[in-house]
Design a protein around this ligand. Sequence first.
Ligand code: SIN
Length: 498
Amino acid sequence: MRHEHADTVIVGAGLSGLYTALLLDPDKSVILLVKTALKESNSRLAQGGIAAEMKHEKALLEAHIEDTLTAGHHLNDMDAVKCLVNEAHENIELLLKEGVQFDKDASGGFLTTLEGGHSTSRVLHSGGDATGKDIMNALQKEVKQRKNIRIFEQTMAIDLAVDNGEVQGLSALDESNNTVLFSASNIIVATGGIGSVYAASTNPPIATGDGIAMAKRAGTTIEKMAFVQFHPTAFFDPENPEGRRFLISEAVRGEGAVLKNMKGEAFMEKYHENADLAPRDIVSQGIHREMYDTWSDHVFLDTRHLDSHYLKQRFPTIQKELETRGYGLGKDLIPIAPVEHFNIGGIKTNLHGETDINHLFALGECASTGVHGANRLASNSLLECVVFGRRIANTINSMVHTETQAPVFNYGQAASYHYGPVRKKIRSIMEEHVGIVRRKHGLEKANKELKGLYDTLIRYPNHTKRYYETLNMLDVSLSIVRDALKRPKSIGCHFRID
Ligand code: SIN
């Protein structure tokens, strides 16, 4: 079996993976494992921006902390929230150094926007609504130039090797499903989200919860999986209701767009005093209720009262995507419905990104740092990637790197099965019973059916990427269902109606 070694192996090349790689000591070797191509990641799709208070004013920082706690229903870890908010500024400066350009006004000041749950305009953006794409382009350019970083594309991490509570390396499958072994002093899991376990998501199809499932198999603590956030305003296309759904940023509501039901009524004031700019869980739940009451599968986003010229300039990506679907900002009622967007729980970490396995770190959407509580404040996720990425890089840079041996794994045969029917079944169970609203009976049914599928898959192992992805989807779905069953009370994104 092929064997590779690096001081640090990073699994995943979204914002978390790339930013941390760039901050690691350039004298130490880094391997970046990318499941598909470097240019494909969920971070790239982020539109709204990155929440960051750039003025060092106590009251403004406190307001960001307060908004994060209010959105998170105070289930947040206070120390983690303080790190997130207080270290925002210095990490934005580092992004600027890496070549990221945030939008500025004519006098050179940063342009900021409002999003749901924010009491002040503090969300920085780039290219109007292309924040993720612009950040990722800048970081990818840098990463490719670094001599200490090697990138392995089309390589999916499968299993972690842990000895005596210490991570030693991992196994992976390359593009031809050949096993490659990686040994490393430190491993950072930064594999992103879980969107593919739901029928519809804003995530790309590669988001199958791989890092969470792999870390769970190795024995780390996985927590708060019940808190799956649904984005309120994904474009609704009746011809294509499933798969990846195009996101219409909260920032559009920040600029004055209003949600309307099938009867043409604005309804968000019924649900929250901040109406259309209420925290995301409340907006998604409000829309769900309106859809139920009007027997429909979508509501509308109304921008017709706003200046269409300004909107097109401010949201060029959204406008372009809408045009291809026959709609325009400032012109039409846009059909939207909530879909899965972000996984709040995941691999439990401390303030330095450390898991409960030595030298194993987790970061970004697959990690549970505690910053988001029961519901994430919009645009705090890119911020989490950079703040905790820097903390992980500082921790690793201060360590003495140890020698590790090639890990040993024994795998069986590989058959080219596609697992399409199992995946379809997972998505339908999760959408029906583990969506925006949940009932005990539905969760129990989901648990039973998913467990049946999981047991069958485990009985027939198959050493291919499709097999492990499907197994990971089942593992992650079961974690969500079981955590949801343990929480009989509604809080944040976990909404029980029994
Ligand atoms: C959005 O632009 O609405 C998405 C931002 C986020 O998920 O934080």
